[in-house]
Every structure is written in structure tokens, then in C-alpha cells.
Design a protein around this ligand. Structure first.
Ligand code: ZN
Length: 275
């Protein structure tokens, strides 16, 4: 697998310019650019600047993060979402960035939706986004999030949706933390259901040793520092021939307070054993 960096990891102290420079310096192969940080960058820079950087760097763009709350949209929220999604597709095709991460809807009311409702809605919405993305040559990586607040939570549930959608440009984003918090990976064998070519993105991270119901985003840790069986995930991905990104994605306030350079250096050391 290739070493990747997701910009969420240092988003409080860093910028796209700084992440690009540091990821290149510390040997990362790919970066996952955040759309909010890209919009900030474009206040003082252009897409041409970004293209120029990638033309001369080892570092390449991989997946834009992220289009969120894609399910059960109102007409207004759908229009907003499509506007952002089209912007992402345009940038992606300009800079040769193959994937966009799309995320199911979060909300307290999501636990009242039946799996059948969520399935039908997800299939419809992913098809619509797939239609929009196709002319740009961009692919959608759909990321299940295990917490009860999200409407698509498990590996199996996400895969059944993607299988039904059955489009060449729709696959899965596996996030070690997000699949772990569903049921501490008691369902890890469900990874066997997914063919290697449908795994588009892998977010690598670890989790503090806590009771499942107490785990929050801020308990994400550097790979190897927690209790997620990352060796097992790695060997499953490798056995499928997955050679894509393993991207450090952490939402940990402690890392947000650190110097981005220290976090990015540490991230490359921590992730390498699992590539
Ligand atoms: Zn993720």
C-alpha cells in the first residue's frame, strides 16, 4: 500500500500549502485534500498553482474529503450538496485526483430509519452522484461510519448498497476507526465480501482502549498506539491485491495542538509497518 495523509489530521494549525510541503518532505505518496482547506487555499492561490506543485512533486492527490450527509436531503440541502460536489468534480479532474469520499447522513433521527429505507435512499443518491461524476472521470468512495448516529454503519450494509448500485465509479472507503466502532470489528470477516477493485480508499488510524459506548472521534490515535487489529486489516487488504492509499486520518485535539511537521513526521513512521 501507499502512504497517504488526510488533511483532517493537522487541520487546526496547518494549511494546504503547508501540508503539501511537509508531506512531500516526509515521503508521503498521496494526499487527501479537504474541501474546506482547498477553498481557503484558493483565496490566495489558483488551481494552476496546485497543478504546478503536483507536476514537480512525488506527492500526488488521491481523494477529496468529503461530501457529507448525502442521505435524506431536503431540496435545499441537496442543491447545496450538488454545488459542492460539482466543484469537487471539477477540481478533481483538473488536478488528476481520482476519488471523492462521500459520507452517509448523521443525526439523532437516523436511528429511527429502517435499514430498508436507508438502502433505497443510498442506492438512489449514489446513482445520482455517480451520474454527475462520470463525465469528469471521478470515482466515489462511500464511507460507512460505525457510530449509532450515522445511517450506514457496517461493512456489510455499505457493501450491499454499493453492490446494488453496481457502477464502475462507486466503491467503498474503509476507515479502520469507523469500521471498528460498529462492533469492535467482530464483523471483520465481512471484508471478505468485497472484491479488491471495489476498495477505493483506506483510512488508517487506531483507537484508545475504551468501552465501545464511550469511544468518540477524539479517541483516534496514531496506527499501532491503540487496540484496532491493524495487522489483520492490512493482511486482508493485501490478500485482495489492494495497492491503494493507507491514509493517516485523525481527529485528535492533542495532535491538532502539535506542530504539523511533528505530526506528519510521526504519522509516516507509525503507518509504515502496515503498508
Ligand atoms: Zn475516514
Amino acid at each position: 500500500m501507499k502512504l497517504g495523509f488526510n488533511e483532517a489530521t493537522c487541520m487546526k494549525k496547518s494549511s494546504l500549502e503547508m501540508d503539501l510541503e511537509l508531506c512531500e518532505r516526509y515521503g508521503y505518496d498521496y494526499i487527501e485534500i479537504r474541501l474546506d482547506m482547498l477553498q481557503e487555499y484558493l483565496k490566495n492561490n489558483t488551481i494552476e498553482d496546485l497543478k504546478k506543485f503536483f507536476k514537480h512533486s512525488h506527492l500526488k492527490p488521491y481523494a477529496l474529503n468529503s461530501i457529507e450527509d448525502i442521505n435524506f436531503c431536503s431540496a435545499d440541502s441537496w442543491n447545496e450538496l450538488v454545488k459542492l460536489f460539482k466543484f469537487a468534480c471539477e477540481v478533481a479532474s483538473e488536478i488528476n485526483n481520482p476519488y471523492i469520499v462521500v459520507v452517509p447522513t448523521r443525526g439523532d433521527d437516523m436511528r429511527n430509519k429502517s435499514e430498508e429505507e436507508v438502502f433505497r435512499d443510498s442506492v438512489e443518491v449514489l446513482n445520482k452522484l455517480s451520474d454527475i461524476a462520470e463525465p469528469y472521470g471521478v470515482k466515489l468512495a462511500f464511507e460507512p461510519i460505525g457510530s449509532i448516529k450515522w445511517c450506514v454503519r457496517s461493512i456489510r450494509q455499505a457493501w450491499e448498497i454499493i453492490k446494488e448500485v453496481d457502477r464502475e465509479n462507486v466503491g467503498i472507503a474503509l476507515d479502520a476507526f469507523n469500521i471498528f466502532i460498529y462492533d469492535m470489528l467482530s464483523d471483520i470477516h465481512d471484508l471478505d465480501l468485497i472484491p479488491g477493485e471495489k476498495i477505493f480508499v483506506y483510512h488508517i488510524n487506531d483507537c484508545e482502549d475504551r468501552k465501545l459506548e464511550d469511544i468518540r472521534e477524539e479517541h483516534r490515535l496514531m496506527p499501532g498506539d491503540g487496540i484496532i487489529p491493524l495487522d489483520e486489516i492490512s493482511s486482508k487488504l493485501k490478500s485482495k491485491g489492494y495497492e491503494g492509499i493507507a491514509s493517516i486520518e485523525l481527529f485528535r485535539p492533542e495532535y491538532w495542538e502539535m506542530e504539523p511537521e511533528d505530526v506528519i513526521r510521526l504519522g509516516s513512521q507509525k503507518a509504515k509497518p502496515y503498508l
